[in-house]
Design a protein. Structure first.
Lengths: 242, 292
């Protein structure tokens, strides 16, 4: 299993991802510890949120595909037969790899929040940083759900068909968005920004607590169910003789 | 078993884990740093990673290698078979059980400490309060990296090495004392107890060390039972996140005399944890006998 995880780490060029993750952490740390300024206080909460969310989004939109593509060769049947693990364990390694990647992002985020509170003069910004601290795990949970929804397609149907299914879903979502733009209430969208989202959750503690509590639980449950489905699909998969 | 080598490795590990934490903390306080500040939060967060850093450095220096899975490793694997999942569940629920049960006992002895108005402090509707212990679980897990950092150091390196030298009981007692002493610079500045209490700082040192011994026993037991560091990391994280429902309606301000003192209150708050710790020690001894 460790070998499979290491293989995936190489396949997705995990070293570069870790360098970017640690690089942005160091960048924020240096800024926070060296510049004591209210402007920085105001910039930090949305900036931290954007940076971490972008990094979390890499997982469902880049890593997932790279992971699956890496094993798609012409002699798949022989490849899987040569592995010293069962098909179920193979699928588990993919899920575990992504779960570890999410955990690492969350771990770095945990420290980033503590660093960003240092030297923060404005109490209001300190409070908005705490809200970001709640929103980032929620966004990570959403990315985990996206992975949970997509992985069974990739595992069960292969990369090509999986991509086709994914594109179809994106296409449907795109049409729904266009329909909303044409017929929906756009005033909601006009006022939307990262700061307005942060403000909304600051004003509604009960909603923020519910989201904070339920999003990790629901996402982990969905992820586990997704694993069970993928494992079953992969166990039943047959390859044509090559 | 080479006891001399084990002792040498232990000393190197302890030197690293204490120096990495004590030196920056002492410098911070010596230069006028306050305990109740964001900078101190940063130092505390960093401190929690130091036992792991110390393990990695020690293993590198003493050429032990850094295995991730199996015996004498960082024990990062997860195996839920053979009812091991029960110990993971215990990792989640034990802190809620020992805190809330102890608070119930506290309220039974001192009924005047029950104050439901405390629930309103957070500005939440009453029906949202059920989410509080669950919130402790999720925030604990989400931010579990700090607890993992400590647990890798203490429970996968210090305790097993001490067990080699002095058996399970000795390892839990000496390990717990070392773990407690490691916190002393922070306690001296107000960690857990504040600074203005009866017998400060010695009573605080004693109570904290005692709970480190019992909690360490419980954490070491779940680590040994599962051969994984994760349930201990989860339990530690949930413990630190304050996953308790009754805590908000416990008003200790109304107490007077010796009962108003923080170390006494915390000792009473730890009563169920201490009982569970003693049970854990008994189980560890039994496990050792079975192994032999």
């Amino acid at each position: 299993m460790l070998g499979l995880l290491y293989k995936d780490y190489i396949a997705v060029k995990g070293k570069y991802f870790l360098m970017v993750l640690l690089g942005q952490f160091l960048f924020l740390t240096v800024i926070r510890l060296t510049v004591v300024d209210e402007v920085v206080d105001h910039i930090l909460p949305p900036m931290v949120m954007m940076m971490l969310c972008c990094l979390a989004a890499v997982l469902p939109f880049v890593f997932e595909l790279s992971l699956m593509k890496a094993d798609e060769g012409r002699k798949q049947k022989q490849y899987f037969l040569s592995l010293p693990v069962s098909r179920r364990q193979y699928v588990a390694s993919k899920y575990l790899f992504l779960a570890i990647a999410f955990y690492i992002i969350q771990a770095v985020a945990t420290f980033e929040f503590v660093v960003c509170q240092v030297n923060m003069k404005s109490e209001e910004m300190s409070a908005s940083m705490s809200t970001v601290q709640m929103l980032v795990p929620t966004f990570i949970a959403i990315c985990l759900v996206i992975c949970a929804l997509e992985l069974p397609f990739f595992v069960g149907m292969g990369v090509k068909k999986g991509m086709a299914a994914k594109e179809s879903i994106i296409f449907i979502v795109f049409f729904l968005v266009v329909a909303y733009i044409m017929f929906g209430d756009l005033s909601v969208v006009e006022e939307a920004s990262v700061m307005s989202l942060i403000d909304y959750f600051m004003k509604h503690p009960e909603i923020s607590l519910t989201v904070q509590v339920l999003s990790p639980i629901v996402s982990v449950l969905l992820y586990y169910v997704s694993y069970l489905i993928s494992a079953r699909l992969f166990e039943g998969k047959e390859w044509e003789d090559e | 078993m080479n006891k001399k080598l084990t002792k040498k490795r232990l000393l190197i590990y302890l030197a690293f884990s204490f120096a990495l934490v004590w030196v920056p903390m002492i410098i911070y306080f010596a230069t006028g740093g306050k305990y109740d500040s964001p900078m101190m939060n940063l130092i505390l967060a960093y401190s929690m990673l130091c036992p792991s850093i110390a393990v990695l450095l020690t293993r590198k220096i003493t050429k032990e290698g850094i295995p991730l899975l199996g015996k004498d490793s960082l024990q990062l694997g997860i195996n839920l078979k053979n009812k091991k999942w029960l110990w993971f569940v215990l990792g989640f629920v034990a802190p809620v059980i020992y805190w809330d049960l102890a608070q119930l006992i506290f309220m039974a002895i001192f009924p005047e400490t029950y104050n439901p108005a405390g629930f309103d402090v957070m500005g939440l509707p009453r029906n949202a309060l059920i989410l509080l212990p669950i919130s402790g679980w999720t925030t604990g897990i989400v931010g579990s990296i700090g607890a993992l950092g400590e647990e890798i150091g203490w429970r996968t390196y210090l305790y097993p090495k001490l067990e080699e030298l002095m058996g399970p009981v000795g390892s839990v007692i000496v390990g717990g004392i070392i773990w407690g002493v490691w916190h002393y610079p922070a306690i001296l500045q107000g960690h857990t107890f504040g600074t203005d209490y009866w017998g400060a700082p010695w009573s605080g040192f004693f109570v904290f060390t005692f709970s480190c011994v019992t909690m360490g026993a419980l954490l070491y037991l779940v680590t040994k039972k599962t051969s994984s560091i994760w349930p201990a990391a989860i339990m530690h994280a949930v413990n630190n996140s304050g996953a308790r429902a009754l805590g908000l309606c416990l008003d200790t301000e109304v107490l007077t005399g010796i009962w108003a003192e923080k170390p006494i209150q915390i000792f009473m708050g730890d009563v169920v944890l201490n009982i569970m710790g003693v049970i854990a020690i008994v189980m560890l001894v039994k496990m050792k006998k079975e192994e032999e």
